[in-house]
Ligand binder design. Sequence first.
Ligand code: NAG
Ligand code: NAG
Ligand code: NAG
Ligand code: NAG
Ligand code: NAG
Ligand code: NAG
Ligand code: NAG
Length: 505
Amino acid sequence: MDNNNNHYLLCFFVIIFLVGHGHEGFTKGVEGLGFNWGLQATHPLNPNIVVKLMKDNGFNKVKLFEADPGALEALGRSGIQVMIGIPNELLAPIASSVSVASSWVEQNVSKYISTNGVDIKYVAVGNEPFLTAYGDKFINTTFPALQNIQAALIKAGLGRQVKATVPLNADVYQSADSGLPSTGDFRGDIHDLMTSVVKFLSDNGAPLTINIYPFLSLYDDPNFPIDFAFFNASGAAPVVDGSITYTNVFEANFDTLISALEKNGFASLPVIIGEVGWPTDGDPNANLVYAQRFNQGLIDRINQGKGTPKRSTLPEIYIFALIDEDKKSVLPGNFERHWGMFNYDGSLKYSLNVSNGNSLVAAKGVKYLSRQWCVMSPQASTTDPNFLGSVEYACKYADCTSLGNGSSCGKLDAMSNASYAFNMYYQTMNQMKGSCTFSNLSVLTTIDPSHDTCKYEIMIDVGKHEQPPAAPGTRSSLAAARGKHSYSVMALVFVLTLMMKICVV
Ligand SMILES: *[C@@H]1O[C@H](CO)[C@@H](O)[C@H](O)[C@H]1NC(C)=O
Ligand SMILES: *[C@@H]1O[C@H](CO)[C@@H](O)[C@H](O)[C@H]1NC(C)=O
Ligand SMILES: *[C@@H]1O[C@H](CO)[C@@H](O)[C@H](O)[C@H]1NC(C)=O
Ligand SMILES: *[C@@H]1O[C@H](CO)[C@@H](O)[C@H](O)[C@H]1NC(C)=O
Ligand SMILES: *[C@@H]1O[C@H](CO)[C@@H](O)[C@H](O)[C@H]1NC(C)=O
Ligand SMILES: *[C@@H]1O[C@H](CO)[C@@H](O)[C@H](O)[C@H]1NC(C)=O
Ligand SMILES: *[C@@H]1O[C@H](CO)[C@@H](O)[C@H](O)[C@H]1NC(C)=O
């Protein structure tokens, strides 16, 4: 524990990593790539644009965190396979009765298969419900919810077509103090529960789903040997486990799980990697170079169909994530809003070779607001008594996670820093009148203030700025959901403007 080697062994035993190396697994041909598509954005891209983006890049599997009607409708007859998530909040009601589970399946699975032709393959029951940080919050409800969803799928005649699984964080298993993958077993406090879940999945021909995060190994431990986080490491001291030599944490972590499964009698249970990826901002290690290196290594392995030393067949993998989400909680860290392989607007962050040597292509047909930015007025001063409060205010309602130390806009002077904040607020508010009036500290400009790595955004036009805040109407699902968002933003702007008038004048 005091030498470096033990130190990082300990790390991956606590945290998570993925991807395999080793035997040339069976060649699955061009299997395509899977992605997590999250919707926690102030301005979600039009789902039809997102589905087109996936198809243009040959991505053929997607994981949703909820049964979002707009996303599911767009995925209908797209040729893309879908895993639909059930949020943790629904675990208790679904655990309470099969009829609640049946109605969830009818409304959120059966309907989309029969009416929209959505190729639903999996239902993900909960999202990392046994995460240590949740304590025992979902300990009693997850397994019964899984059982009820499985029963509901059978009742709906979908027992063969759709499998129920539970996406779990890699903290559900650990290695012994030695940190060697071969010593892997389920976490002590949930050992019996994990065994029951795994047995149930096995009995129903369903896979276990695990999320693995090499980035977090690095984030949580500044002494983590950085090369060990990537796939082509040569600099990192390898982990030697009997006859196996591990050169990256992804393989080591995955094989720790395989050892745990072996130890408990489920050596051949299919495993899906539900999340794995690398963020690009919000932390010094969350940057374009590392994300490109990690994701290219991951994609190369997927295209080669390579498994790990202990399991030669490549697991099904869903990369985290497709697009940045500016409304995600930053509790895990500022990087949390920057996991996308694409920016918030579907534009490219970095180049990648995807399948068949094709490079990644950006989203098409995205509409933007006017090319104008809200910036600090050249006449205004950083010593203005309203200065700090105004920046703080802007960052309370808009995403300022790129301003942190070591982030893409972490080196700005105070003026540019304020401009970034004001602009983010202005764009998040759809450039609405009155949203660039920070106590006379701000002005509009048509000159792009972006420089170096720091990009000052223009927001996507989601048609909100011109809509009157009328009563929610009868528009269809996603439009309605978006509408709700726009009403609340408009109400917010109204209240804010009012408050500013009252407080400031
Ligand atoms: C799913 O089904 C339930 C009914 O059980 C319904 O209340 C819910 O709104 C549906 N949609 C989502 C996104 O869960
Ligand atoms: C889970 O069930 C156990 C045993 O019935 C009980 O003691 C415990 O309080 C429950 N935990 C929660 C969070 O409901
Ligand atoms: C790993 O690959 C990246 C490019 O993807 C390259 O920059 C780096 O030098 C390689 N590292 C090793 C140790 O081969
Ligand atoms: C993608 O492939 C091209 C040509 O094979 C190569 O020059 C380029 O470096 C590759 N890019 C990455 C990110 O690996
Ligand atoms: C910013 O990060 C660098 C290293 O990445 C560190 O040396 C510096 O002290 C940090 N500054 C602040 C204000 O945290
Ligand atoms: C930039 O603004 C953020 C958000 O208010 C603040 O935390 C940070 O200290 C500011 N940096 C500079 C250089 O003013
Ligand atoms: C903003 O400027 C206008 C015109 O110069 C002035 O009337 C107003 O009092 C100023 N408001 C603030 C908050 O400084």
